[in-house]
Design a protein around this ligand. Structure first.
Ligand SMILES: Nc1ncnc2c1ncn2[C@@H]1O[C@H](COP(=O)(O)OP(=O)(O)OP(=O)(O)O)[C@@H](O)[C@H]1O
Ligand SMILES: [Mg+2]
Length: 150
């Protein structure tokens, strides 16, 4: 089974998205099958990869869309499940569900065996979706800087 890596830090602007894109792309170049999942409503992953998302994580989590129909091929071996600002409105809806911490884990289940690595790009605070990312993850990667207020 592949690894699901949540890339997270409470601090914003610390290199989470940069880590997801570059570590993911590097592993894809080495032949690993990689999926990048954006749970940050800033939608920076699509931006970083030069893609304009048509369907997003919102549709998977809220509308019940099939996850494979919302994933796009970004590069060889490198797929993306993008996000955009619609994800902001999804959080209260998800938070009201009894199984709210496991919504992302359940959403990833149909595709997780297709990938060696799934990287989840978290936002910079403890949101419902970041907690979902930590619940779904087998590993956690915390980019940081060597400075007092990290
Ligand atoms: N290793 C690095 N050295 C220097 N600058 C970097 C490094 N990693 C990222 N940056 C720069 O720092 C800024 C923030 O990076 P990034 O967007 O990856 O952070 P983030 O933690 O995802 O931010 P956010 O919390 O807004 O999602 C960007 O301008 C990026 O180019
Ligand atoms: Mg980011």
């Amino acid at each position: 089974m592949g690894r699901i890596v949540a890339v997270t830090n409470l601090k914003g602007g610390i290199g989470k998205t940069t880590t997801v894109v570059n570590v993911g792309a590097g592993l894809a170049l080495k032949g690993a099958r990689v999926l990048l999942v954006d749970v940050d409503a800033q939608g920076n992953l699509a931006m970083a990869l030069g893609l304009k998302p048509r369907r997003t994580l919102y549709e998977v989590l809220i509308d019940g869309a099939r996850i494979d129909q919302c994933i796009v091929a970004a590069r060889p071996n490198l797929d993306l499940l993008p996000a955009d600002e619609t994800l902001l409105t999804a959080q209260p809806t998800i938070g009201a569900r009894p199984d709210w911490p496991r919504v992302l884990e359940q959403a990833l289940r149909p595709v997780k065996n297709q990938y060696d690595f799934i990287f989840i790009d978290c936002g910079g605070s403890l949101t419902v979706l970041n907690i979902n990312a930590l619940t779904a993850a087998s590993d956690v990667l915390v980019p940081t800087t060597v400075e007092p207020f990290r």
